[in-house]
Write a protein that binds this ligand. Structure first.
Ligand SMILES: O=P(O)(O)OC[C@H]1O[C@](O)(CO)[C@@H](O)[C@@H]1O
Length: 618
């Protein structure tokens, strides 16, 4: 019926019980067929701010009595549903990408209501691409779209910055892969250790998982946290290959504590192995940041720029994403081309032809424009496992905002989670279908199961990939039958081009949605609160240690109660945090419990195992 590359909409059998696809679906889920085809239609009208869910009578109770059920207006008549599918299906021919929003129940009235808002969002996007200060709080331009279309940069200086960086990434990659740039021990670099967090890790992680060949020129590992055991694990896994490891330290600001700690830990490992870190270190950061200055002063192997006008979570097409990808043998020019094609498609002001706008429209409908439902992202392809994690930052850090652009408190957001299908079917999809109705799903479908010539039938007429396909379609149908909405994004294959397009699609959808709900998608003030509080905890810890040190240097040693420590720190109001600090340092053998246990906060006495006299007089 539908060869998707040249999709044809020949008329299928529309009688529900004759539809073999639905029969197969029902079999997967042991559903009676009638539950897949409820012939009712109750379109809902959506006010722009909040969509009222209609309550209607349903006479399906076995004893014939009526009980009220929520009817959110989803089309159930198969013929109408097929029309809706055909009517709303978006296809990008060059990219081989499809977007199906037919299983989101928005009405024509809702689309009409949204039209002026979407047109305003298109205008805002146009201004942004022309160099407007689209991040007003921070007074910055937002230029990630220029990274794949440098001609669109608002001036020739920015254009040449983009082009020069891309050339430098390609030249450096060629030299590393060819062995022209080699580790001090000789031979070739064989490993990359990427140190970075958030937007300086998630894109490279997603792309590595999605696209790295089985035997890349350089394999990649990540340190994306300040967890000492995690860092030790990564370094231990490298073993003697540390000598042929290129360490790429990525931080836009150049001052993120987790990244700095990762760097210091890796540098220590290099020292202990008798290796010279600078000869193997690469920095990707803003010019003159702390990291940039460190790399320059220490004479690291290379430095690549991050631009002020590229946010961390939209940096995959900058050196942040391109350098690690290129070193793994991923065709980064194809990634950029895919993103550029998608950007072009998203510049149309015809909503139905604009895939990013269709996503934004569907999100708005599904979550009432206020984040009332979560977005569950389910790629049915192992290599896309990290897409949901990547989107989690892109969407939630962009949309999760306390205030709108006019200063009103709105507490906006859109929660994203998910791993992959069909794996998650055996984890939480039970709740999605039958439990609390607080989500909508985005299926990511990949048509090509395996490279050509590798497939085989594990049952007559059925391949392993057919099962994956069936699981996806079955889950989509079963959820819809229970009024759970879904979007499906389909690509032919997971290639650099389609991955670039997916990144660009969601970047633009987030931008449009943010415009529609009138928030700044490009700042992240909330993250600062946690960072500031962490700094305060570490400052308090220093005071606690100083107090304990002073008492531990006495003859005899003076073990202190928690109250005494708090009092001597002049921080009685912080007693709970002081307790946690002591419990943590005691768990790491840096403090000793003289009386009681940490588990009984009121009763224990603590001292340090060693007196640091120098610190006493510092
Ligand atoms: O690249 P940087 O400056 O180290 O920041 C890492 C991440 O930290 C944040 O600033 C806040 O979590 C993210 O936006 C960013 O991607």
């Amino acid at each position: 019926m539908a060869s998707i590359s040249g999709i044809c909409f020949s008329s299928p059998s529309l009688k529900p019980n004759k539809n073999p696809f639905l029969r197969a679906t029902a079999a997967f889920f042991s559903l009676p067929m009638h539950s897949l085809s409820v012939p009712t239609r109750s379109p809902r009208i959506a006010p722009a701010h909040s969509v009222a869910r209609e309550i209607s009578a349903d006479f399906s109770k076995s004893d014939g009595s009526a009980f009220p059920t929520k009817n959110n207006g989803l089309e159930k008549d198969p013929r109408e549903l097929w029309r809706r599918y055909v009517d709303w299906l978006y296809q990008h021919k060059d990219l081989g990408l499809f977007l199906d929003v037919s299983r989101v129940g928005f009405t024509d009235e809702f689309v009409d209501q949204m039209e002026p808002r979407l047109q305003a969002a298109f205008k805002a996007m146009d201004d942004l691409e022309k160099g407007a200060i689209a991040n007003p709080d921070e007074g910055r331009m937002v230029g990630h779209y220029w990274l794949r279309s440098p001609d669109r940069a608002p001036n020739s200086f920015l254009k040449s910055q983009i082009e020069n960086t891309l050339d430098a990434v390609c030249a450096f990659t060629d030299d590393v892969v060819s062995g022209k740039i080699k580790p001090p021990s000789g031979g070739h670099f064989t490993q990359i250790l990427s140190v970075g967090i958030g937007g300086s890790a998630l894109g490279p992680q997603f792309v590595a998982e999605a696209l790295a060949p089985d035997n890349p020129p350089l394999k990649i590992r990540f340190i994306d946290n300040t967890d000492p055991a995690g860092i030790d694990h990564q370094i231990a896994q490298l073993g003697p290959e540390l000598a042929s490891t290129l360490v790429i330290v990525i931080s836009k600001s150049g001052g993120t504590p987790e990244t700095r700690n990762g760097l210091l830990e890796v540098q220590k490992a290099f020292r202990e192995a008798g290796l010279e870190f600078a000869k193997q270190g690469v920095a990707i950061t803003q010019e003159n940041s702390l990291l940039d200055n460190t790399a320059r002063i220490e004479g690291w192997l290379a430095r690549f720029p991050m631009f002020d006008w590229v946010g961390g979570r939209t940096s995959e097409m900058s050196a942040v994403g391109l350098l690690p990808a290129a070193l793994q043998g991923i065709n980064i020019r194809e990634m950029l081309a895919g993103a550029a094609l998608m950007d072009d498609a998203n510049r149309t002001t015809v909503v139905k032809d604009n895939p990013a706008a269709l996503l934004a429209l569907s999100w708005y409908w599904a979550c009432d424009g206020v984040g009332s439902k979560d977005m569950v992202v389910l790629p049915y392809k192992d290599s896309l496992l990290l897409f949901s994690r990547y989107l989690q930052q892109l969407v939630m850090e962009s949309l999760g905002k306390e205030f709108d652009l006019d200063g009103n408190r709105v507490n906006q957001g859109l929660t994203v989670y998910g791993n992959k299908g069909s794996t998650d079917q055996h984890a939480y999809i039970q709740q999605l279908r039958d439990g609390v109705h607080n989500f909508f799903v985005t299926f990511i479908e990949v048509l090509r199961d395996r490279p050509p010539g590798h497939d085989w039938e594990l049952e007559p007429g059925v391949t392993c990939g057919d099962y994956l396909f069936g699981m996806l379609q079955g889950t989509r149908s079963a959820l819809y039958a229970n009024d759970r909405e879904s979007i499906t994004v389909t690509v032919q294959e997971v290639t650099p081009r389609t991955v670039g397009a997916l990144v660009a699609l969601y970047e633009r959808a987030v931008g449009i949605y943010a415009s529609v709900v009138n928030i700044n998608a490009y700042h992240q003030p909330g993250v600062e609160a946690g960072k500031k509080a962490a700094g305060e905890v570490l400052a308090l810890q220093k005071r606690v240690l100083a107090v304990l040190n002073e008492a531990s240097c006495k003859e005899p040693v003076e073990p202190l109660t928690l109250d005494q420590v708090a009092e001597r720190c002049h921080a009685p109001e912080d007693i709970e945090m002081i307790y946690k600090i002591i419990a943590h340092i005691a768990a790491n053998d840096r403090a000793l419990i003289a009386e009681g246990t940490c588990g009984s906060p009121r009763g224990f006495k603590v001292f340090l195992g060693e007196c640091n006299v120098d610190e006493l007089y510092a």
